[in-house]
Structures are given as C-alpha cells and as structure tokens.
Design a protein around this ligand. Structure first.
Ligand code: PHE
Length: 390
C-alpha cells in the first residue's frame, strides 16, 4: 500500500481527494502511484544528474539569473473552479486540439489534468514576476508502448523575457533578436552535454510559440529530435503582464537525452529499483555508460517473449486504451505493443492483430507467468474495450 497523503510542490494531496470514481477520471492506479516519485530530484539518478548538468550550464552562462523550479505540482488547475486549464488554455492550445482528448491526456476530473508538458507553468510564473526560469517535472501522456515511450516522463522548460533595452541596440526586430538568442543558448547547451556534435534546426509548429523550431542532433547515425522551442506568442505575454516584452521558451525531454548520454537501452529502466541499475550512477557523473547486468544471451537483455492477439475492433477502439489495459495487468513487464496486422472484411468489420512483447529488465520470466498475464490481458481487453476476440 502506498502512502495516502502526498506532498506535491507544497500542495498536500490525500489520495481520496481525487474523485477516483468520477466518470471523467481516466487515471489508472499504475499512473497514480507515480505521482510524487520525482526522479528528477534524485541527485544519483540519471534524470537528476542530467537536470543538474543543465542547471550548471545555465548558472555559468547566465550568472545564476535563471530561477529554478523542480517541485511544482503535476496536477494542474487543482480545485480552481475555473474553466481555464493551465495545461492548455494558458498556452493557447486550440479548443479542438487532439492533445486535449481523453485518449491523449490523463484527466483527474473535467477541469483537472496531469500536466502533459511543463509549459503548463509558463503563465503562472510570468504572473508572479519571473523573467528567467527553468521548470523541471514529471509529465504524463497516454501513449503507445515501446522502448522509448512511457506514460510518465520528465521535461525541462526554459523561459527568458527580454526588455526593449535588450534588443534595441542590436538594430534587429524583437522577434529575430529573441530567436537568435534562443538558438545560441540551446546550441551551447547541446555542446555542453554532448561535446562537439552536428546539429540542425527544423521549422515546426506549437500553439504557444511563433516562430517555432525543433533541434535535432546527429547521434549514432541518426538525427534525433531533442527539444521544441520558439519565440513566445505575444498573447501569452500580454495576458500575464508583459505587454512590452518579447520572450523565448523551450521544452526538452530528459529521458530522451539521458538514454543517449548514459547508453540506457529501455525507458522502463529509469523506474527500476534494482541496485544493479541504481548503483551505476552517482552525483555529478554525466555520461557514465550503463553496463547491462542481464545474462548475455541476447545483446543486452533477458530474452523477450511474444504473444499475439487478434480481435474485431469497434468504433471507439484506440491503441492508447489497449496499451493502458496491458500496462494495468503486466506493468513494466510489457516492453512493446505493436500492430502487426490490420484488415477490413467484405462486411466492413475491421480486425487488428497486436504483438505484445513481454520482458523483464531484472530477471527471466517463466512461461507460466507469461501465459497467466496473457490470459488476463485477453480477458480484460474483451470486457473493458468491448472488442470481439478471434
Ligand atoms: N511543450 C512542448 C512539448 O511538450 C515543447 C515546447 C516548449 C515547445 C516550449 C516550445 C516552447 O512538446
């Protein structure tokens, strides 16, 4: 049994505070138990080590000007009986954007979500008068299952506000000035973390920035997207008391960077309490390469076990819902859920076949335990998702 009172960012939360039987609540226990774990605040954990390394880049480059927050509550808009969701409305996400759907986001109730990005805190910090800040925290997204996706992960947000005195002497317009400063800052950060690397900027879209960019770095023969950023929409500044300013913002995924820097092959490892993992990392040691501790039967892990299941879907079926059911039963023993066949028959019924990969990060699994898991999965997929097994 987990503690029934959680202290999150100064907010005390009794688990019963959250209306668990609210029909608009789609937060399963497997997610609920992750609240308050705060891997990013552990100095000996790869996520905490990376956070500290980024802090030190900002501290030296900007002489401690950036205020740091790593303990803001991940449940946003709690008990504010307003129709404004920090996570979306505060950063101008359109009413009909997919990220608002119950399929993509965890709702505690209809006006409260588990933040899906650290951008949820931009507006509140601006209103409090902060002009240079970093926000690190756990973020939550319903998603499919594979070695680089987990429904809880960590982001760091950066935000910097400029005054007219900053850009006027340059002779540039405010937006170009901020965009150039942003790119310089993030290129410096990438070099601080990775040494000499090849990088490229990609134009993209975010509701809260314009122009918007993604930074990719070339790593092990691939271009890897490491962050999103851009010049903050004027509307966000205006609403929060910064009418005559311009600003930039970025959001980076800490797991994505840490997997590369520490050679961590699977995102579930960040959550393991196995000492053979946790003992390999220590405070201040960025980029120590992770040594696999499993039997070397396969390249780096215990063997996987695959199970296929086919069913006729209905109109409301989604892959995210399937993944949640599987994760609810198998927890971190599920490594991947992948659609391997999809067809529609003459009568217009659609069948999906999914391959589930089970694998422990810590030990070999027995056939019996995998069969038991798979039977429960089949059973619950049928009853909870209302699909017909074939
Ligand atoms: N919030 C964005 C995301 O999670 C990243 C981002 C942050 C982009 C700030 C631009 C500015 O994808």
């Amino acid at each position: 049994v987990v503690a029934s009172v959680l202290e999150l960012g100064g907010v005390k939360l009794a688990k019963d505070d959250v209306v668990r039987d609210d029909p608009t609540n789609n937060v399963p226990d497997s997610i609920f138990t992750k609240l308050g774990m705060q891997l990013h605040r552990r100095d000996h954990h790869p996520i905490g080590i990376l956070k500290n390394a980024i802090y030190s880049y900002f501290d030296t480059t900007y002489l401690n000007k950036f205020d740091k927050f790593d303990n803001l509550c991940p449940i946003v808009s709690v008990k504010q009986k307003v129709s404004f969701l920090q996570n979306f409305d505060d950063v101008l996400v359109p009413e009909d954007h997919v990220s608002r759907s119950y399929n993509d986001t965890y709702y505690v109730d209809s006006h409260t979500v588990l933040r899906c990005h650290t951008s949820a805190h931009q507006a509140e910090l601006l209103r409090k008068g902060h002009t240079h800040f970093l926000v690190t925290g756990d973020v939550y997204r319903r998603d499919s299952i594979d070695s680089t996706h987990y429904p809880v992960f960590h982001q760091m947000e950066g935000f910097r506000v400029f005054n007219p005195e900053d850009w006027e002497p340059s002779g540039m317009d405010d937006t170009s000035y901020a965009a150039e400063d942003l790119k310089k800052c993030l290129e410096g950060l990438a070099r601080h973390l990775f040494g000499a690397v090849e990088m490229r900027w990609i134009d993209t879209y975010f509701p809260f920035t314009n122009p918007s960019f993604e930074l990719e770095i070339y790593f092990q023969d691939k271009w890897l997207e490491v962050l999103g950023c851009g010049v903050t929409e004027q509307e966000i500044l205006r609403r929060n008391g910064r009418t005559n300013n311009v600003a930039w913002a970025f959001g980076l995924g800490l797991e994505r960077l840490a997997m590369v820097l520490f050679d961590i092959p699977d995102i579930r490892l960040f959550w393991t309490t196995d000492e053979r993992f946790t003992s390999q990392f220590s405070k201040g040691q960025l980029g120590v390469k992770f040594k696999s501790f499993s039997k070397k039967i396969f390249l780096f892990q215990y063997p996987p076990c695959y199970k296929d299941m086919s069913f006729w879907i209905n109109g409301s079926f989604t892959e995210n819902n399937l993944c949640e059911v599987v994760r609810g039963i198998a927890g971190d023993l599920v490594e991947e859920v992948r659609l391997i066949d999809n067809f529609t028959n003459k009568k217009g019924r659609t069948s999906h076949c999914y391959r589930i990969a089970y694998r422990s990060m810590e030990r070999s699994l027995t056939d019996e335990e995998i069969n038991d898991l798979q039977w429960s999965v089949r059973d619950q997929v049928q009853t909870k998702l209302n699909v017909e097994l074939r």
